[in-house]
Design a protein around this ligand. Structure first.
Ligand code: ADP
Length: 188
């Protein structure tokens, strides 16, 4: 299903792989896509808007039952009209806010999303680059946190076999590719 995309990958364990690819996350046939949502969980712009448009109104109806989500936490819904079975909604920190420990909050988004995936027995999870759009996090900094946190979290998520970093545009892909290569060298 993903062969059409040009991908860079690194293997974390014998059956766990990380990949970076350029794609619209709403088109991916995976067990779960992650939504960079806001605290209301009632939809917004960017990837959140794209996910709600593609999933249809039933997604918003389920989101209304969740009563929002705190920054750094994650909640799961079904995927409805998306090719992905589930959506994991997480709320990243705003880079230019007075929230304390923004790197820690961004790391929590990745960790808590993977914990939910593991709890639901999901094998393939696709992340957008959380907080790097409207929330203003510098892409390179955010990509380092994303890759480092996912690599560290996979040990406690043995059922998650594949994590995708979905890049919106060629320049984002180049950033993630270089960060993945950096971490790949460190693990040798
Ligand atoms: P945030 O509010 O967390 O910053 P945004 O949706 O504004 O969330 O942006 C997060 C990232 O998602 C950005 O890097 C943006 O380029 C990317 N993005 C936007 N739309 C899509 C999409 N359809 N698929 C994948 N990534 C997307």
């Amino acid at each position: 299903m993903l062969e059409e995309f040009d991908m860079t990958e690194i293997r974390c364990t014998e059956n766990q792989v990380l990949r970076a690819l350029e794609a619209d996350i709403t088109t991916l046939h995976v067990d779960a896509i992650v939504n960079a949502a806001n605290r209301s969980l009632l939809g917004g712009g960017g990837v959140d808007g794209a996910i709600h448009r593609a999933a249809g109104p039933e997604l918003l109806a389920e989101c209304r039952t969740l009563h929002g989500c705190k920054t750094g936490e994650a909640k799961l819904t079904r995927g409805y009209n998306l090719p992905a079975a589930y959506v994991i909604h997480t709320v990243g920190p705003r880079y230019y806010s007075d929230e304390p420990d923004k790197p820690g909050l961004l790391a929590s988004c990745y960790r808590n999303s993977l914990r939910l995936a593991q709890e639901h027995g999901l094998h393939t999870v696709a992340f957008p680059s959380i907080s790097t759009g409207a929330y203003g996090y510098p892409l390179d900094e955010a990509a380092h946190i994303a890759v480092r946190t996912v690599m560290a979290s996979l040990a406690s998520c043995p059922d998650v076999h594949e994590v995708m970093f979905v890049c919106f545009g060629a320049s984002a892909l180049r950033t993630y590719e270089s960060v993945l290569k950096e971490f790949d060298k460190k693990s040798i």
